[in-house]
Ligand binder design. Sequence first.
Ligand SMILES: Cc1cc2nc3c(=O)[nH]c(=O)nc-3n(C[C@H](O)[C@H](O)[C@H](O)COP(=O)(O)OP(=O)(O)OC[C@H]3O[C@@H](n4cnc5c(N)ncnc54)[C@H](O)[C@@H]3O)c2cc1C
Length: 860
Amino acid sequence: MKSHVKAVVIGGGVVGCSVLYHLAKAGWTDIMLIERSELTSGSSWHAAGGFHTLNGDPNVAKLQAYTVQLYKEIEEISGQSCSLHLTGGVMMADTPERMDFLRLAHAKGRYLGMDTELITPSEAKAMFPLMDEKNFVGAMWDPVEGHLDPSGTTIAYSKAAKKLGAEIVLRNRVVDLTQQPDGTWNVVTEQGTVHAEHVVNCGGLWAREIGRMVGVELPVLAMEHMYLLTEPMPEVEEFNKSTGREMIGVLDFKGEIYTRQERNGILLGTYEKACKPWSPVNTPWDFGHELLPPDIDRIAPSLEIGFKHFPGIEKAGIKQIINGPFTFALDGNPLVGPVQGLTNFWCACAVMAGFSQGGGVGLALSNWMVHGDPGFDVWGMDVARFGEWASLRYTNAKVRENYSRRFSIRFPNEELPAARPAQTTPLYDTMLANNAVMGDSWGLETPLWFAPKGTEPTDIVSFHRSNDFGPIGEEVRATRDKVGVTEIANFAKYEVSGPGAEDFLNRLMTNRMPKVGRIVLTPMVNEFGKLIGDFTIAKAGPRNGEDRFMIWGSSAAQKYHMRWFEKHLPKDGSVRIHRFDQTLVGLSIAGPKSRDLLQKLVDVGVSTKAFRFMDFREMAVGGAPCMVNRITYTGDLGYEIWMAPAYQRLVYKAIKDAGAEFGLVDFGMRALLSMRLEKNFPTWFRELRPIYGPFEGSMDRFIKLEKNDFIGREASAKEHAEGPKLRRVSFIVDAIDADVMGDEPIWAKVGKDYGTVEKPHGYGAPRFDETGKEVRGSKAAEGASAVRGIVDGEWRVVGWVTSGGYAHYVQKSMAQGYVPAALAEDESAGLFEIEILGHRRPARINVEPPFDPSGEKMRT
Ligand SMILES: Cc1cc2nc3c(=O)[nH]c(=O)nc-3n(C[C@H](O)[C@H](O)[C@H](O)COP(=O)(O)OP(=O)(O)OC[C@H]3O[C@@H](n4cnc5c(N)ncnc54)[C@H](O)[C@@H]3O)c2cc1C
């Protein structure tokens, strides 16, 4: 065993071996994988080996497509077979709602380059004759599904990595990790200590314990999972003989089950409601190549539905029931990337579908380690996406919820109940008394909308407009016509101070920093000129003669942004960053009467001249020390008021008391988002993401290329000089009773050449081969040529929706999304259609915001 290496990968499951292979392939060959036992000694050896590309997050779906097409490559390099069976598979819908879900997934597949197809239950039965098609209303076919040999695949990764120069050490447990002052690591193992620049946690079932070695509690939990294998079945053998094909994989939403052919019989797995965590607090180190005792009673309800839906299976004898543990994060997606607060400590764990995701995880992580960027939009699996609130018990409740509804539909207006309430503001009980419907905003209870008195404060979940539509409309109209108040504790808030603060922020941000008492809006980009943040920054008066800036941003990105800030902090201590989280909370008042209302609460003048648009002041509001921004996300006259939690009730009461004479209403987050739509304002993580350049994101006026050498300036200047390929635009959609939710395809009847466009990082609009034929599915994932929209008068998918909804004040259904730049200013009718729940609805680009296009109302 070497004593010094560039990187140590802990864990020889499918994920560790994939990370090792990808690091070696990227040129880091001085690397070592350390495995406590034999390879595959965690969950990898007893996996059912199924794989598919579909995922709720399109970016994760793309990485799954990469994983599937990688198997050929590792087989060739290693000489080891993965026993790949690319059978294809279907998802079966038993209700119209589940069929709507499939329509959405199918529409999304159009711009992901996936070759899915909506089919009838009878067509599905022809490929899997053991089902009773009368139980279903429809299905979706995906040809890029199948199964493989889990152990063979893990070995193939490891052999391929070794061929490229990586070392693998078996039967050697990592017992401790200690960091050196220079940020490197001593990896203490049973066979001695290895010094490494980087450490990667691929510990699978023990990832939590490895996290604890460095003082981190990772939000990951193992669950028991069962699948059964039948005896050989004559029906299966007969089908194989008569068609020359294997039976396909089937996923049944209603039963939360999956099934497929395994040898001459059937494999059927369940995600049962009465699910059970395994080793919820500590994973035993002596757990080896073991299975857990099966518990047929626990899966009996799922089997009952399974046998009803697939009566052909019920007749077969059960040969074996496998019960094994594997790990999940709260939302079922992996935890990948550098851990905030630590240097050179990386994670690739909680990979619940190692054979669908392992390749993509390995590629993204190795890119990140070697090149400083994952090369893909990996937010959906970034280890930074959960906050401190994701404690052991919180994780336990959420993982059980996620497991038991693994294949369930999540409606766009559906809030899941487990582990709530976690964090609350001092106004929580008041908001409940006001009949608020609460939502979870990065672990914080936040009012979404207010149900009329005497009605149940609950959402009726739906893909269509629902019971919140009327009340939100009233909240919006009252705010726009008079004045409204809302809680805004769910923003991220930071203070950056010290003698080097201004230089530091100028280096990180694309806009100039404000003068004392003023506010700027500014994106942040990375070295590659991609958007990684969008902030409101105010300069407060100096403290002890030192500069002080207040920063507000996206709540969910707090750890993501702290990781970036810390990485770029000067080493000389000249800059300090404080993240407030919930130690600073807020209220926003907005609408034409908001100035009159504020004036009643403060002892200083707040006239248009005294307190201008984009001013920042520290002042007492209702007697409480506050910071006030003259700015609001509603895009109207309005203010954001920030205070310590101890004062929030006082300020709220003062606002309510003084607001009565102006007709003040409470409004929730959904009304706020509706109002931002009619102002064409973007949101972070929907419109603005690390796959877009700032000019693509239409953030032009906040990018000051000439101000100084900020990070990403060169790449942004290049984007500007060459012209962005895409543009973020706003649409008005002829919707009927359902609005866009995000990820819908945008069609255009293209009559001119708009050049070559592609959704960044390899996924995107459909691709075409040299003959003009559309290339889809795995071939597209392999990188066929990009779309060219030159066919006169032909409808094509040219873009994708990022978010939208109903803009209540202007009474229009609106959407934002990305289209080729050459089409972005074309407001002509009849050019665009947006696909909503399988129906293409006419849509028109709206360059100017429909509410207050000149911005006069917010400036007066
Ligand atoms: C019953 C069942 C069915 C499944 N079906 C599927 C399926 O059909 N498709 C699919 O994609 N996935 C399936 N899975 C999930 C799949 O098994 C996991 O996604 C995958 O195994 C995760 O791999 P991993 O490398 O992250 O973790 P693991 O396989 O748990 O590997 C972790 C490795 O790290 C080693 N290790 C831990 N700590 C240390 C230490 N301190 N020092 C040295 N070594 C250490 C362990 O010994 C182990 O070998 C299934 C799982 C189960 C249980």
